[in-house]
Design a protein around this ligand. Structure first.
Ligand code: EPZ
Length: 435
């Protein structure tokens, strides 16, 4: 398994290009299942999660083509998806266990074909991750849903029926799934307490361009008027706000200065304000956002995760790591996932001073120095927190299980090296050769 070796102590300075958003791209790929035409997605990030989703769609009968492309002078990928007719209506366990967002095929396949089987993903490192909201909403739309042998079997006679649905929690995944399902339903579907994340608005934009009638995205009430069919389009994926926030934390923790090219301030209001409160200069530039922590003396701040536009849970680990180098105490409270402090025991091994109280909160007290160590990544964002600590720790830090990072951070070492970090990937084959 690959590892990442970091020698801490370098101040980071320069520009980092922010890639297309993973969590926007995944439902967009599945939306292509709603039409027999070609859906082309540009500004796609090159990530293992995208590859996993592509593998699943190919297994369902989608023809996928990939092209090298350029966005604002930076190389990216363009993918085109064409599902003239699905050859399978099953998302098998082996695909879903690799990537739980595979459940995004549920809504589109059920809407188009009236039938689908998707393996239930089960829990993961950060929580139990139930799917009750997705399933209850589909039942309200007329589907018969059963769990058999670990699979969700959903069927509907004729078309799904539009209806008024109130989510008990503003779930991102359920909002995307039900929006997609409702585009081809009979009548109008209203989702109350819908998620408001920018990735939902990006999906609404794609669906609208495909001929769907969606309104209210970005608010907690989304309305979808069903149409007979959808058609192909080309769509540019929005920049990844979580990748941008992660590199903003890298600039701040190294007291560096990084311009995040293509990052959008409007999708990062809360984390950017937190950085300002901490003592970092944040400004909008013609091409993105400038994070300047040169000579900054950071003061600890409390962080509480919340649904968008609140502080994103997907930046909690990275900002907790940042607070390790701030003066004073910071209370970090996680409200979305029940087990999202897995990075803490690893940070403690690097000399951090953190007390976790139950599953929901942690008190971080700033320390004078961290020291490099061998650490173990447990999930995608926790892994980036360990990289951040490694960037400022004395000596060498080795982050094991790098496959977590490859799921969601495109060309991580290259981007960090480009702004002055001493970082390298040690592949398993390099290690074997050295033995
Ligand atoms: C998405 O997960 C993201 N994943 C997650 O990012 C992110 O942490 C999460 O939204 C919250 O922002 C993708 O977009 C692929 P939810 P999702 O359904 O959709 C409860 C990352 O690091 N819930 O919004 O699975 C659930 O337990 C990943 O990139 C139910 O109770 O999250 C949680 O407390 C990790 N029943 C809350 O809702 C349900 O049926 C939010 O979950 C569904 C969810």
């Amino acid at each position: 398994m690959d590892k990442i070796k970091i020698t801490g102590g370098n101040r980071l300075e320069g520009k980092i290009f922010i890639s297309g958003a993973k969590n926007a791209a995944l439902p967009l790929i599945c939306a292509s299942l709603l039409t027999k035409d070609t859906v082309t997605l540009t500004n796609m990030p090159l990530l293992s999660d995208i590859k996993s989703m592509n593998d699943l769609l190919e297994q369902l009968g989608t023809q996928i083509d990939c092209f090298d492309d350029f966005v604002d002078g930076h190389s990216t990928k363009t993918y085109s998806y064409r599902t003239q007719e699905a050859t399978s209506l099953t998302a098998p366990y082996d695909y879903v266990r690799k990537m739980r967002a595979s459940y995004y095929v549920l809504g589109p396949l059920l809407a188009r074909y009236g039938e689908v089987q998707v393996s239930l993903p089960g829990g993961c490192a950060i929580g139990a991750r139930p799917m009750d909201i997705h399933l209850s909403a589909l039942e309200q739309m007329g589907a018969k849903v059963e769990i058999i042998n670990g699979y969700i079997n959903a069927k509907v006679k004729g078309k799904l029926k539009g209806c008024h649905i109130t989510f008990h929690t503003a779930s991102v995944g359920a909002t995307c799934n039900i929006m997609m399902a409702a585009t081809l339903a009979q009548g109008t579907t209203t989702i109350e307490n819908a998620a408001k994340e920018p990735e939902i608005s990006d999906l609404a934009e794609l669906l609208t361009a495909m001929g769907a009638k969606v309104s209210g995205q970005g608010t907690s009430t989304i309305t979808i008027e069903g149409v007979k069919e959808l058609h192909g389009v080309a769509h540019k994926v929005i920049p990844d706000r979580i990748e941008a926030g992660s590199y903003a934390a890298a600039a701040a923790i190294t007291r560096g200065k990084i311009e995040l090219i293509n990052a959008q301030t409007q999708t990062l209001q809360c984390p950017l304000q937190l950085l300002r409160d901490t003592g970092v200069k944040v400004s909008e530039t013609a091409n993105g956002i400038l994070i300047d922590a040169t000579n900054a003396k950071l003061s600890g701040q409390d962080i509480m995760t919340d649904y968008y536009p609140g502080f994103p849970t997907d930046l909690q680990a990275q900002f907790l790591a940042l607070m390790l180098t701030a003066d004073g105490a910071s209370m970090v409270t996680e409200t979305i996932w029940e087990n999202r402090f897995m990075h803490v025991p690893e940070l403690l091994r690097m000399g951090a001073n953190i007390n976790v109280h139950g599953h929901a909160s942690a008190i971080v007290r700033g320390v004078k120095k961290l020291s490099g160590a061998q650490v173990m990544a447990t999930d995608l964002r926790a892994s980036f927190a360990l990289v951040l600590a490694g960037l400022v720790a004395e000596g060498e830090t080795t982050v094991n299980r790098v496959y977590h990072l490859d799921r969601g951070y495109e060309r991580l070492e290259e981007k960090l090296k480009g702004v002055g970090a001493k970082i390298e990937r040690i592949s398993e084959s390099d290690e074997l050769a050295a033995e």
